[in-house]
Design a protein. Structure first.
Length: 364
C-alpha cells in the first residue's frame, strides 16, 4: 500500500450485493493533476456504503449502509485504507445520505425509506457518541397520491439529503413531501443534540427535491428528481428565512420519459452548476444568473456512461460516477463557458454511487 495525500484522494461509495450491486465497499481513487484517476483499491469492506462524508479536520470518513440501515465512522490507517472507528449506529430504512457539520460537532443522516432525519453527536476524535431523531415530516399537500403508487392515497416521507448552511443551520430535502426543511441544532440538556425545526419551504407538488448546494451568494439550488427542474430557495436578509424563488428546467433540451435527476454541483467560482440526469444519461450545464438567484441551462452533454448517479467538480475537472455501467468518466471543463469537453479518462469502478474528495467536506 502507498501513502496518498488527502488532497489527491477520492473516496468512492458503492452498492454491494445486498442492494443488487457489484461493489465491495468504500473504494480509494488517486486523482492526478492532469485530471486522470487511478484505482488504488478497496479502502474498507462495507455493505452498500451508498454515500460518504469526510470530517472537516480529522482523517475520519462516515458511511451510511443503505441496506443494513446503519451509519459508521471509519478512520484512515495512514495510507489509503480505512478501519472502523467504533460500532455501526442504527439509522433508518434506506439510509441514503450523510453530511458532516463544518466544525465536526455532528452528522446528519437522511433515510429515503421511512423519511427519518437523524442527528449524531461526534466526539473530539470524530467518533459517534449519540443519536437524536428530528421531527417527522407532514405532507403539505395532504392526501395527495403517491407518485410511485398513484392508486394509494397519501405520500410517504422520503428524506434524501442534508446541506450544512453557511449560517450554521441545516437544510434537508424530503423528496416524497416536496419539502425543504431548515433545522437549528441546539445542545442540551446535557451534551445531547436537539434538532429544532426552524421553518419549511414547500416546492411544487410532485417535483421531488433530491440534492442541493448553496451558492456563495446565500441562495440554495435544489435539483428535483421527478420534475427534472432546478429550484432556488432564496434567503431573506430580513427574516433569515428561505422562500421559494426561481423554478426552471434543469436541462437545455428538456426531459424525456424515464429520466430522473440525481446530483447538482457548483463550480468553485460559483458561475456554473452541473446536474446529472439518469435515463437519458446527461450532464446539464447551467449558468448562474440574476446575481446568484437563478440558473439558466446552456448545454447538455452525454455523461459518457449509464446512470450518472453522482458527480464532483474538482480543480477544473468533472468526474461522473455511473452506477450501472460501473465507471467514473472524467471531463475537462472550459474555464469560460463551463461546458465539458471530450472525455479525458474512464476508470472502472464497481457500482459507484458517490465520489467524495478526502480533502474536502461537501456542503451537499
Amino acid at each position: 500500500m502507498e501513502s496518498i495525500p488527502a488532497h489527491d484522494l477520492i473516496w468512492t461509495g458503492s452498492y454491494t450485493a445486498d442492494s443488487g450491486g457489484s461493489g465491495s465497499g468504500i473504494g480509494a481513487v488517486a486523482a492526478a493533476a492532469d485530471g486522470t484517476l487511478r484505482w488504488l483499491g478497496l479502502a474498507a469492506e462495507a455493505g452498500s456504503p451508498s454515500f460518504l462524508a469526510v470530517h472537516p479536520s480529522l482523517p475520519v470518513v462516515y458511511a451510511v449502509a443503505e441496506h443494513a440501515r446503519t451509519v459508521r465512522a471509519y478512520r484512515r490507517d495512514g495510507e489509503f485504507g480505512l478501519e472502523p472507528a467504533g460500532p455501526a449506529w442504527p439509522a433508518g430504512d434506506a439510509a441514503c445520505h450523510v453530511a458532516v457539520e463544518p466544525a465536526g460537532r455532528f452528522l446528519v443522516v437522511c433515510c429515503w425509506g421511512d423519511g427519518q432525519v437523524l442527528f449524531y453527536e461526534l466526539g473530539a476524535d470524530g467518533g459517534i457518541l449519540g443519536r437524536a431523531a428530528a421531527a417527522e415530516s407532514r405532507d403539505p399537500y395532504g392526501d395527495a397520491p403517491d407518485a410511485e403508487a398513484p392508486e394509494k392515497p397519501g405520500r410517504p416521507s422520503r428524506a434524501h439529503a442534508a446541506l450544512m448552511l453557511a449560517d450554521g443551520r441545516v437544510m434537508t430535502t424530503d423528496l416524497g413531501h416536496d419539502l425543504l426543511r431548515i433545522w437549528t441544532v441546539r445542545s442540551g440538556p446535557g451534551p445531547a443534540l436537539r434538532p429544532v425545526l426552524d421553518h419549511e419551504v414547500v416546492l411544487p407538488q410532485g417535483s421531488g427535491p433530491r440534492h442541493l448546494v448553496q451558492h456563495p451568494g446565500g441562495d440554495v439550488f435544489v435539483v428535483t428528481e421527478y420534475s427534472i427542474e432546478v429550484v432556488a430557495a432564496s434567503l431573506s436578509p430580513d427574516s433569515g428565512d428561505f422562500r421559494l424563488g426561481f423554478v426552471g428546467p434543469a436541462t437545455a433540451g428538456g426531459a424525456v420519459p424515464g429520466d430522473s435527476a440525481a446530483e447538482i454541483a457548483l463550480a468553485a467560482d460559483g458561475r456554473h452548476a452541473y446536474v446529472g440526469v439518469r435515463g437519458s444519461n446527461r450532464i446539464s450545464v447551467l449558468e448562474v444568473v440574476a446575481g446568484g438567484a437563478a440558473l439558466r441551462p446552456v448545454a447538455d452533454v452525454h455523461s459518457g456512461g449509464n446512470w450518472p448517479r453522482h458527480h464532483v467538480v474538482r480543480e477544473g475537472w468533472l468526474h461522473v460516477a455511473h452506477e450501472r455501467s460501473g465507471d467514473v468518466v472524467t471531463f475537462p471543463l472550459d474555464p469560460e463557458t463551463g461546458v465539458p469537453g471530450t472525455p479525458l479518462d474512464r476508470l472502472d469502478v464497481a457500482s459507484p454511487t458517490a465520489l467524495v474528495p478526502a480533502g474536502l467536506t461537501p456542503r451537499g
